[in-house]
Design a protein around this ligand. Structure first.
Ligand code: RB5
Length: 148
């Protein structure tokens, strides 16, 4: 694994998958910071996305990555990508997860519980956490994302 800890959060649409992934991370002895919610009651994804983003930005230098889950992954990624320094990637397969890390140095994985089943989500998460950023020309391109 290329990360020391994982920040995770969801809305009600991603609550079930969050529980599955927290279990997976714990089984792999990866430190997990679960920022909620604590139940599947209806809630607003931007609230939890912002909470997780702030924690990832705080802990990123210590090797922390983030995972955000809603129904589609879209609302979470739209919210997260408003923050400078956040590169949130919605991934629906393992190839996207690998490229999101290797080429885009994504620091947040967004998943849709209504899009990917739990088995695929676990596989996507494992690839995301175990793939290193390649740097080089990809770093130069990432620098351009936030350049004026
Ligand atoms: C909630 O119904 C749903 O809109 C939310 O989980 C997410 O998919 C938004 O992008």
């Amino acid at each position: 694994m290329n990360c020391a800890s994982v920040v995770i959060a969801s809305d009600h649409g991603g609550f079930g998958l969050k529980k599955t992934l927290v279990g997976r991370l714990a089984a792999r002895r990866i430190e997990v910071l679960d920022l909620g919610p604590d139940c599947a009651e209806t809630c607003d994804y931007p609230v939890f996305a912002k909470r997780a983003v702030r924690k990832v930005l705080e802990l990123e230098a210590r090797g922390c990555l983030g995972v955000l889950i809603c129904g589609t992954g879209l609302g979470m990624s739209m919210t997260a990508n408003r923050f400078p320094g956040i590169r949130a990637a919605v991934c629906v397969n393992e190839y996207m997860a690998r490229m999101a890390r290797a080429h885009n140095n994504a620091n947040l994985l967004c998943l849709g519980e209504r899009v990917v089943g739990p088995g695929l989500a676990v596989a996507i998460l494992d690839v995301f956490l175990s793939t290193a950023f390649e740097g080089g020309r990809h770093q130069a391109r990432i620098n351009l994302i936030e350049a004026d």
